[in-house]
Design a protein around this ligand. Structure first.
Ligand SMILES: NC(=O)c1ccc[n+]([C@@H]2O[C@H](COP(=O)([O-])OP(=O)(O)OC[C@H]3O[C@@H](n4cnc5c(N)ncnc54)[C@H](O)[C@@H]3O)[C@@H](O)[C@H]2O)c1
Ligand SMILES: [Zn+2]
Length: 599
């Protein structure tokens, strides 16, 4: 049995047990924005480890180790008061420190990883000050003391109390002499925690009561996706609370059409919360998914100068706006936090689920990054003002998800899609179900691999030929339209290859036609599809890896589309188009490139 070297005699006050530590914190006003504006001063504390009283002539090692522990306990409490102080907690740890969840969590290494580890453990999902930490008296494991190397293991338990829960954690800290400033030359080299479920890759739907509807978390980035109606109703604090806006202003990058249609509502909402709304108004539409638009946003960010961590940028708009704004946020200061409110159907079911951000440069989404927003807020309120063509474009992505992953979703679209397009997917239980199933599908398929390490990805269905089609049309084709044309052609290739029956393929084309989705582009030939198949091979690292439907609702991958298969599928599509010429897209069906005005 391990002997515990009790340090109770070293530590006063006598009320040992929980709450043994009462940190001494010096507060001072540190940051003020130059122009005053609406900023509130930020209090920054310094932690002084002065609460331990030691027995006479303690061993210097015990003294140093316990002071380092006390500093850790004080800094933990400070971080719970205000998350921004998590960094002060991290300075208790050595640069090469490690963190580990027991019994079987993986080891994280390095201060950055330890910061994420501690953030997960202590403060995630809790507004500032809503949690309290209570430490038990620390004990030093006697057989862990290596005096020649000045190392010891300290154990303590920590209760994290908040309104709804109390978590009990057992801590084991390895502390050694090292030179962390203010810790008597001692620093924590590792922390092991038992008793909480954090740190593992997780993907949770409806995981917690009152929690987000969906969540993506791969151990490094966490995005919470909330479904909430009336986000911008006067007096509604939902977004402000979730983003923990504490500076009195909110910076929003807003789609020009959304601003035109809903700007007054947004301004009234901000006024009702006494918030300064600082706006960047930028265009949507595929032809504006440009580097120029991104540079414009970067200039605007310079003008508005968001605090590096405490003023997340809120992107409000369609997939174009949120993709470009997210990319600008990824670039500004090498990354400032951001959140988004998708305002199109396509944005809600697809573009606002993953963590990809990009602009079209040389090719579709030619330049971009993976940069997760902290939050996504889905509010169907915005759907009411969408143009019909953009509602239909959103259906292009829904059908993609249905065809290779969710047969029920396909059946729902078959039965209700036309009716729902007519009512903009608004105020309808089936519409809500379709949106939910689409997001579920996206998360099931991409949530496990947000960084796209794997290249066999069902949600790439509809995205094999589409990139070339979009680039060729100089981006006047709506994205969902391009995906639809690709999906029809791919389904017919699947038929040629024997993965779907003729009856299934006919049913697919019929649903696309009834929804008003295009199946072909005027002037495009089988050669265009052959070239597009070659183009995508580079993107997929040298192999085609094309997802195809296997029946309706599941997926198979193919590395080869022969010229003969493409020609046979194209001939089938041409036959369908002759019967339904309205399914052929031409430039007259584009949004006008300058038409961001009329509705
Ligand atoms: N990041 C991803 O993972 C991902 C996934 C899928 C799609 N995307 C991208 O999303 C983009 C397509 O998004 P989209 O279909 O939303 O197009 P979009 O952003 O161009 O929006 C379509 C049109 O609707 C307008 N609009 C937006 N909200 C409105 C509202 N509430 N009322 C009226 N008009 C409104 C826009 O101004 C625009 O004119 C593509 O560039 C695509 O690559 C990204
Ligand atoms: Zn897409």
């Amino acid at each position: 049995m391990r002997l515990l070297f009790s340090v109770v005699c070293l530590v006063l006050p006598s009320t040992l047990g929980f709450n043994a530590f009462s940190p001494v914190i010096n507060h001072r006003s540190l940051i003020r924005k130059g122009d005053g504006g609406n900023f509130k001063p930020l209090q920054v504390g310094t932690v002084e480890p002065e609460t331990i009283e030691l027995k006479q002539n303690p061993h210097p090692l015990e003294e140093g180790v316990l002071k380092a522990f006390d500093r850790f306990a004080s800094a933990t409490k400070l971080a719970l008061e205000d998350k921004r102080h998590i960094d002060e907690l991290v300075t208790c740890f050595s640069y090469a420190s490690r963190g580990r969840m027991l019994p079987d969590g993986g080891v994280v290494m390095g201060q950055g990883a330890v910061k994420r580890f501690l953030t997960d453990l202590l403060v995630t999902d809790h507004p500032n000050g809503s949690r309290r930490a209570e430490f038990s008296a620390p004990t030093i494991e006697s057989d862990s003391i290596v005096t020649s190397e000045d190392v010891a293991v300290v154990k303590s338990s920590l209760q994290l109390r908040s309104a709804g829960e109390t978590r009990h954690l057992d801590l084991e800290l390895c502390i050694s002499s090292g030179g962390a400033e203010g810790a008597s030359g001692f620093e924590i080299t590792s922390i092991a925690v038992a008793g909480a479920d954090v740190g593992a890759t997780s993907l949770r739907a409806d995981a917690r009561k009152n929690g987000p509807k969906w969540e993506t978390h791969d151990g490094r980035v966490r995005q919470q996706i909330w479904q909430h109606t009336g986000l911008f109703d006067s007096g509604n604090r939902f977004i402000v609370d979730k983003l923990e806006i504490s500076t009195g202003r909110i910076i929003a990058v807003i789609d020009a059409n959304v601003w035109k249609l809903h700007g007054e509502t947004l301004q009234t909402w901000a006024d009702s919360l006494d918030l300064k709304l600082d706006t960047v108004i930028a265009p949507g539409n595929e032809d504006h998914k440009t580097m120029d638009n991104c540079l414009f946003m970067l200039d605007e960010l310079k003008r508005l100068d968001p605090l590096r961590r405490s003023e997340p940028v809120l992107a409000i708009g369609g997939g174009v706006l949120t993709d470009v704004a997210g990319f600008a946020c990824a670039l500004w200061r090498r990354g400032v936090p951001w959140a988004r409110v998708p305002t199109t159907l396509l944005g809600m079911v697809d573009a606002s689920v993953g963590i990809k951000v990009a602009v079209n440069y040389h090719r579709k989404n030619g330049v971009g990054h993976f940069f997760s927003p902290t939050h996504t807020f889905v509010d169907a309120y915005f759907l009411g003002t969408l143009k019909r063509a953009d509602v239909i474009s959103g259906c292009g992505e829904i059908m993609k998800a249905a065809l290779v992953h969710d047969r029920t979703l396909f059946d729902l679209m078959d039965e209700h899609g036309v009716r729902l397009v007519d009512k903009n997917f608004e105020n309808d239980e089936v519409a809500d179900e379709i949106i939910k199933r689409s997001v579920d599908t996206m998360l099931e398929c991409i949530g496990v691999d947000l960084w796209e390490e794997a290249l066999l990805r069902p949600m790439d269905f509809g995205h094999s030929f589409s990139r070339t089609l979009e680039t060729d049309s100089t981006f006047y084709l709506r994205h969902g339209e391009a995906v639809a044309i690709d999906a029809c052609m791919s389904t017919l290739i699947a038929e040629v290859k024997g993965y779907v029956t003729r009856a299934e393929a006919d049913r697919v084309l019929d649903v696309y036609y009834r929804l008003g989705l295009p199946c072909m582009i005027k002037g495009v030939t089988a050669d265009t599809f052959k070239r597009a198949a070659r183009d995508i091979v580079v993107h997929r690292d040298g192999l085609l890896r094309a997802p195809l439907p296997r029946g309706i609702g599941s997926c198979v991958y193919e590395d080869v589309f022969t010229d003969g298969e493409i020609e046979a599928a194209f001939a089938r599509l041409e036959g369908f188009m002759l019967k339904h010429p309205e399914t052929c897209w031409d430039r007259s069906k584009s949004f006008s490139p300058v038409d961001t005005e009329d509705n």
